[in-house]
Design a protein around this ligand. Structure first.
Ligand code: PA5
Length: 424
């Protein structure tokens, strides 16, 4: 469902030459003997996720779909990016599916917060607050506003029926609030960190409320689990991708640009940037993950990619079959001179733009291109892609002797912010 092509990547080393180190990293991951081994619950998740909780999640989601215009998803980082990526990738940007999913609790922007609160004032609303720690300030600030809004709008009892908390099973501020107010609760497993949590209730609940077939996501996950459990680099494209990144870094490429040609993949790139950035960017190591959406960004960033400093490589995340397509029409006057495309499909035009750009960046620009091709933008492909990137990320970090599952650097800004905010 997701394949790697390295023919355009100018790799100066043989991927197979890394087999021994990759096999060791794979064993560390699967045997839980590597760094951060408390957080590798996602590896076996496709087989051992909590089936009872999953069934409850689908039934609560169906109930909310019945009665609400809007689901407010209140969370930040790993507690929101995966769900947003899935909803946009699978449903598209202007889906008429109800309810509308609004992502909240991921910013201190007063304008955004106030505008959203105004927008939902007269709508039927449900809330899913998601926080493992329960103390994340962006989320806690937004949730207090939402909780008061819900209680004023519906009264305490009905508000409590419309609020779902996804948090730690036993500890934390949000767990305390959820217990006191008797909210429906889903668990963030202890051994799965935020950026690996889209495949748990963190992602699956809002995704289910968005009307997406979560069973298909789990099928995709399981397929990836099966396809990627063999460390043999000639068979495991996630691991070959992990190695290619290291080879390109050895060739002086410190920036990886994830490029898509589908507008609705933009949030997938945001999710991917968190996954790789937070996992790999530590101990002064790692590639900077960045992203672009072509051909849109060929009219902005394309200049740098073609002619700028040679610091980057592109990883194309291509979609084989678009969700929708349309044929370009003939025009009798042809005043715009576009009749040469009449009868062609727009997806064909997109693919030709991609081919032309690849040639330009590779041959004239000298920019290495890794190509990942995903079958389509279905729920099943989403599940497959998540697991593919999880495994690639873990292995590429282990190759650098880095713990992929912590984020010590994120705490520094928080300390300063709390001092300035007067938090005791
Ligand atoms: O990947 C991570 O661990 C982070 O991005 C967290 O998900 C994010 O900081 C939110 O944390 P929490 O779920 O505790 O509110």
């Amino acid at each position: 469902m997701m394949k790697l092509d390295t023919k355009h990547a100018f790799l100066k080393e043989d991927i197979a030459g890394y087999q021994d180190i990759v096999t060791k990293c794979h064993e560390d991951l699967h045997n839980k003997t590597g760094k951060g081994n408390d957080y590798v619950g996602w590896v076996e998740w496709p087989n051992n996720y909590d089936k009872e909780e999953y069934a409850r999640l689908k039934s609560v989601a169906a109930d909310i779909r019945e009665k609400c215009d809007v689901l407010m998803v209140c969370g930040i980082g790993g507690s929101y990016l995966g769900a947003r990526a899935a909803v946009e990738m699978i449903n598209g940007m202007y889906s008429d599916k109800k309810p509308e999913i609004i992502f909240f609790g991921n910013t201190f922007s007063s304008t955004y917060i106030a505008q959203v609160m105004e927008y939902i004032k007269d709508k039927e609303v449900a809330v899913n607050v998601i926080s493992k720690s329960g103390t994340t300030t962006e989320t806690a600030l937004a949730f207090r506003l939402l909780k008061q809004f819900m209680e004023e709008k519906y009264g305490k009892e009905e508000a409590a029926k419309r609020i779902v908390a996804t948090t730690d099973k036993a500890r934390g501020t949000l767990k305390t609030i959820a217990d006191k107010e008797v909210y429906e609760t889903f668990v963030i497993p202890d051994d799965i960190g935020g950026r690996f949590s889209v495949i748990t209730p963190v992602g699956l609940f809002p995704i289910a409320v968005a009307g997406i077939d979560t069973d298909a996501i789990m099928t995709g996950l399981k397929k990836a689990y099966e396809d990627l459990k063999d460390p043999d680099l000639s068979k495991n494209d996630a691991y070959a991708y992990a190695v290619s990144r290291r080879i390109l870094e050895n060739q002086g490429k410190d920036v990886e640009m994830l490029v898509s040609y589908e507008t609705q993949m933009t949030m997938v790139a945001e999710w991917w940037k968190q996954l790789f950035g937070e996992s790999e960017g530590k101990e002064c190591k790692g590639n900077l993950p960045t992203s672009a959406n072509f051909s849109t960004d060929l009219h902005s960033l394309g200049q740098f990619v073609q002619d700028g400093k040679k610091v980057l490589y592109e990883t194309l995340l291509l979609i084989d079959k678009p969700t929708l397509d349309l044929n370009f029409p003939e025009d009798a006057d042809n005043l715009d001179g576009m009749n040469y495309l009449a009868g062609k499909s727009v997806d064909w035009v997109n693919k030709m733009a991609c081919q032309g750009t690849l040639e330009a960046h590779e041959e004239t620009g000298g920019v290495p291109n890794l190509i990942l091709t995903l079958d389509d933008m279905s729920a099943e492909s989403f599940g497959y892609m998540c697991y593919f990137f999880f495994k690639a990320c873990a292995i590429t970090c282990y190759m650098l002797d880095i713990n992929p599952f912590n984020q010590p650097g994120v705490e520094v800004y928080k300390k300063n912010m709390f001092r300035l905010l007067g938090k005791k």
